[in-house]
Design a protein around this ligand. Structure first.
Ligand SMILES: [Zn+2]
Ligand SMILES: [Zn+2]
Length: 341
């Protein structure tokens, strides 16, 4: 079979490999879709401290079971696979805080991922209910977007996005688009989408139709749109410290700020007027991936139509084109690019 294997930063190869075999408690799938995201770009360019190469990349995975050595699963089952694998046993997992499990492993990092024709779902994934049946009517490509949507869901739960909120989403990539749609599904009053790149913003805005698209002077624009109140929730879906600093200044009293996107490792310090947080009773939250339960609920949100994702998948490429796909993501030239191995 063909796989896309990471060997070193800048060195991702399409190779022939023997088909993997499902060991006890494992399931082998035919990968139908594995979607790409900014994380794949980061890994390709810089590697990752959790990846010991060579490693098959790809973590937004949907496919069909072809061989099962695990109870409850059989050939022909259509499945979606979690990306982040909590241990299920540590102090955080036992408290239900699976997104911050310190023993977390990931598909495409610790285990071979979905940029391959076939893949084995590790027993550890099954042990934490990390393999989900794809609901009827949901395609494989849509199901592969359940993983990023699960992360977005975790972020909006932590930021308590709810009815009546004015929400600002900073960053109009695929994650920003999912944030806009989920905020609407959760009853937000208005959702504003901001990006410093006007072209990317225009493409995204045409798809997800925010109440306003803001490409410059975001603080002034948000102040104007909210009669000076600020936004109830500001979500930064961009790896920019400046956006995080603006987010704190744009929040309304008792507003919530989600630092959804992380910052570059070598530049993670921002400045924050602590008195804004104090007197306005602001809440600043992080977001670290998603739990298995978030993945299951994301699939439901897609299946019920509460959060449509089909139209966000703007490019479908075969496995040999994975480098082109990563380049497209790096340039921000598409919303969601999916690989069909
Ligand atoms: Zn991803
Ligand atoms: Zn754990």
């Amino acid at each position: 079979m063909k796989v896309a294997r990471f060997h070193a930063p800048g060195d991702l190869r399409i190779e022939d490999a023997p088909e993997p075999v499902a060991g006890p408690g494992e399931v082998k799938i035919r990968v139908r879709n594995c979607s790409t995201c900014g994380t794949d770009v980061k890994i390709y360019k810089h590697g990752h401290h959790h990846i010991d190469p060579p490693r098959v990349m790809g973590h937004e995975i949907a496919g069909e079971v072809v061989e099962s050595a695990a109870p409850g699963w059989s050939a022909g089952d259509r499945v979606q696979v979690i990306a982040a694998i909590p241990c299920g046993r540590c102090a955080e997992c036992r408290r239900g805080r699976m997104t911050v499990c310190p023993n977390q492993e990931s598909m495409g990092y610790h285990y071979d991922g979905g940029f391959a024709e076939y893949m084995v779902v590790p027993a550890k994934v099954l042990a934490v209910d990390g393999l989900n049946r794809i609901p009827a009517g949901v395609g494989f490509a849509e199901a592969s977007v359940a993983e990023p949507l699960a992360c977005v869901l975790n972020g909006q739960e932590l930021a308590r996005v709810g009815p009546g909120d004015d929400v600002v989403v900073m960053g109009s990539g695929p994650i920003g688009c999912l944030h806009v749609r989920l905020a609407r599904a959760r009853g937000a009053a208005r959702v504003f989408l901001a990006d410093i790149n006007p072209d990317r913003l225009a493409v995204a805005a045409a798809l997800v139709r925010p109440d306003a698209a803001i490409h410059a002077e975001v603080e002034e624009q948000v102040a104007k749109l909210t009669d000076g109140r600020g936004a109830d929730v500001v979500i930064t879906a961009a790896a920019a410290g400046a956006a995080q600093e603006q987010a704190i200044r744009m929040a309304a009293r008792q507003g919530r700020i989600s630092f959804f996107g992380g910052l570059p490792k070598d530049n993670p310090i921002i400045s924050c007027d602590s008195n804004l947080v104090h007197y306005r009773e602001l809440t600043i939250v992080g977001a670290n991936g998603s739990s298995p339960a978030h993945n299951a609920r994301a699939l439901e949100l897609i299946a019920t139509g509460a959060v449509p994702v089909a139209d966000l998948i703007t490019e479908r490429l075969p496995l040999p084109d994975v480098l082109a796909a990563i380049d497209t993501v790096a340039r921000g030239a598409a919303i969601k690019v999916t690989i069909e191995p």
